[in-house]
Design a protein around this ligand. Structure first.
Ligand code: NI
Length: 394
């Protein structure tokens, strides 16, 4: 009954959601600069007479309350920012902002949540409970728009009992969605290392302190943190993707610069690992007569999908889309600032399939040729509405 009503509404708003998505795709804005996007969302909310509040500069939180009595509250979240990538797709709604592109599908998330907003508003008379609709800025850049929205009180007054986030996934076929209970995405920290020695002629090692050899020892030794110190039940990864020793065949440089990433799924272990890596790198440099400056820039925490909420959501999705259209997700060691919500509230972050091999739509997110099969928009707004209303007890 509810299922059919939502499907009917989703059909009716599809053309509008498609137009929203194409407009947003053509007009992408970088993290913390989502002014036009925010104004676009606000304009729709105003047109539909839905009250909202601004937060974290460009963020928006709208509220819709069902006519039937209930104290239950849940939240739905979309992110709005784009990436510094020059779009290579040859499409009618190609980005008009040079060097900026919705290459992570946040245009899809925002358009879909607007669709959900419209459907909820039209079904107000038939459901109970309150829905907070969160349009947040800056998922792609530290400190993450989610952390700022939380600071500004997005999860207070009223406090939601659960929050859902939806994200495109070009690995999953269009028409399907994916769920994972428990730990899903990793904490992400950036590592910046400077190894200082004393440069000189490559023929006179006795007069130099070779930072290249020190750095080499540090690179190998740091892998022991992941392979010998980490609990093997907690996935961890340490990758040093940038190593610069700018000497020459016969020149030892004064210093070596390295950058990398450390990712894991446990806040206690994360703190211990930071300390151990720093101590090890500094100790090795010291023992070899050099100095190591080891800096860590903390990124997002790990993302955990509350198991009971996620089990329920998965079952609701099966009801709405059919058992054959709901798949299980693997852990993924990328980061996502929805993790901040998941650290303070019961959260469920699920994936919307957007892949269509027959149409050649297979590019990964964060690439200049990323795009979606827009048929995904036929289910994105309706499914989120269904999850919300079921979770509110309808
Ligand atoms: Ni994203």
């Amino acid at each position: 009954m509810l299922n059919q009503k939502i499907k009917q509404q989703a059909k009716e708003v599809f053309d509008e959601v498609l137009a929203f998505r194409r407009h947003l795709h053509a007009h992408p804005e970088l993290s913390f600069h989502e002014h036009e996007t925010s104004a676009f969302v606000a304009a729709q909310l105003n047109a539909w007479n839905i009250p909202f509040e601004k937060m974290a500069d460009t963020g928006i939180v709208a509220i819709i309350k069902g006519d039937k009595p209930s104290d239950k509250v849940i939240a739905l979240r979309a992110d709005m920012d784009a990436l510094p990538i020059h779009e290579a797709n040859d499409i009618a709604y190609k980005s008009v902002n040079k060097g900026v592109m919705h290459a992570c599908g946040h245009d899809v998330h925002t358009a879909s949540l607007l669709g959900t907003t419209k459907i909820l508003n039209q079904l107000k008379s038939v459901f109970s409970g309150t829905i907070k609709l969160i349009f947040q800025p800056a998922e792609e850049r530290l400190p993450g728009g989610a952390s700022l929205m939380i600071k500004d009180g997005v999860l207070d007054n009223p406090k939601p009992s659960a929050i859902f986030g939806q994200h495109v996934m070009p690995l999953i076929e269009v028409g399907k969605v994916g769920f994972r209970s428990g730990k899903y995405m990793a904490s992400t920290d950036e590592i910046y290392v400077t190894v200082k020695g004393k440069g000189g002629h490559g023929a006179q090692p006795q007069q130099n302190i070779d930072p290249v050899v020190i750095a080499a020892h540090i690179i190998i030794a740091l892998q022991q943190i992941v392979s010998r110190v980490a609990d093997p039940k907690i996935p961890s990864v340490l990758s040093l993707g940038k190593v610069i020793a700018n000497g020459a065949t016969n020149v030892i440089p004064d210093e070596v610069l390295m950058e990398g990433t450390f990712r894991t799924f446990d806040e206690d272990w994360r703190a211990i690992a930071h300390e151990k890596m720093k101590k090890m790198a500094e100790g090795i440099a010291d023992s070899m007569g050099g100095v190591c400056e080891f800096n860590i820039v903390r990124g997002y925490p790990f993302l955990v999908n509350e198991p009971l909420l996620t089990q329920r959501a998965r079952a609701y999705a099966e009801e709405f889309l059919g058992v054959e259209n709901v798949v299980d997700l693997d852990m993924w060691l990328a980061g996502e600032d929805f993790a901040y919500y998941s650290q303070v509230a019961d959260a469920c972050f699920y994936r919307l399939g957007t892949r269509n091999e027959a149409l050649g739509i297979t590019s990964p997110v964060h690439t200049p040729t990323f795009n979606i099969d827009e048929d995904a928009l036929k289910i994105s707004s309706g499914l989120m509405t269904y999850l919300a209303l079921k979770e509110l007890g309808n």
